[in-house]
Structure formats: C-alpha cells, structure tokens
Ligand binder design. Structure first.
Ligand code: RP5
Length: 151
C-alpha cells in the first residue's frame, strides 16, 4: 500500500458498476480508495463539505462520476484545489453525451480533467500518473503496466 488516498464519488448507487474500473486500477497500484455516493443535487451540502475538507482529510485527488446533467465533478472542483477527474456516465435519453458535455465544459479557472464516457479505469490510471510525478516506485509500476499491454 502507498501513502496516498483518493476519493471516488458518484451521484447514485446505480453508478457503482460503471465506476468500478477506477477503484480496481487504484487498488492495483496500491492506492487507498474511499468510495462514496454523493449527489450534487440530492446532497449538495454534503458534497460541498466533503470537497472543502478533502485536502485537510489527506486526499490526493478526487474522481467524480455522474450521469445526465452531471454537475458533480464541477461542484466538487469548485470546493477544492485538489485535482478533480470527471467520469461522464452513460444512461438516460442522451446516453452519456449530456454528461460528457456537462463534465468536460468547465469554464476557465476551475478545471475538471475529463475522461471518456464510462472511462473510470482511465481516471484511476490518470491519478496514478499524477502521483508518479514525484514517486519513482509508482513510475516504475506504470512502466511495467504499459509494458504488459496496459490492460
Ligand atoms: C446522476 O443521475 C447520477 O450520477 C446517475 O448517473 C443519474 C441517475 O441517477 P439515479 O436516478 O439512477 O439515482 O445524478
């Protein structure tokens, strides 16, 4: 286990399966995961409180998955300067294109790094790559992962 802790937030219990790739990847690289269901529109105060305290609580980054009018990642990013990775999720009448646009189109100043629709595994890898900037051991693990086909 590394010293890092990453939060995985999702808007609904129904998002769990689509977000599993993120926790699988992080666990594979020895990163501790704290997974929570927190909705930007159903529990807005809880989202704000969690994001506001995330740095003091020891988190290195936050991965946020939501579908439809997916404002979770943007709201979280509004309350922290930790890196926020958004995962737009499929489902609903527009099947994820709505969530993609909502997640990726953050106005200047409050970034959300957005991966593909349902691309939660890449969100996990991206966070590991961020942590590996200053962690040689993780960098070696990433090299090994790539050498093995990145699967
Ligand atoms: C979003 O709305 C959630 O992230 C989920 O993807 C979608 C539908 O939520 P449920 O009605 O299934 O709880 O907030």
């Amino acid at each position: 286990m590394t010293a890092y802790k990453v939060a995985i937030l999702m808007g609904s219990p129904n998002d769990k399966e689509k977000m599993a790739g993120a926790s699988e990847m992080l666990s594979r690289f020895g990163v501790e995961v704290d997974e929570r269901v927190l909705s930007a529109h159903r529990n807005p105060a809880d989202v704000a409180a969690f994001a506001s305290g995330a740095r003091a609580d020891g988190f290195a980054a936050l991965i946020c998955g939501a579908g439809m009018a997916a404002h979770l990642a943007g709201v979280v990013a509004a309350h922290t300067t930790l890196p926020v990775i958004g995962v737009p999720l499929s489902g609903g009448a527009l099947n994820g294109t709505d969530a993609l646009y909502a997640t990726v189109q953050m106005p200047k100043g409050i970034p959300v790094a957005t991966v593909a629709i349902d691309g939660s595994a890449n969100a996990g890898i991206l966070v590991v790559e961020m942590l590996a900037i200053t962690d040689k051991g993780l960098g070696q693990k990433l090299d090994d992962f790539r050498a093995g086909g990145a699967r």
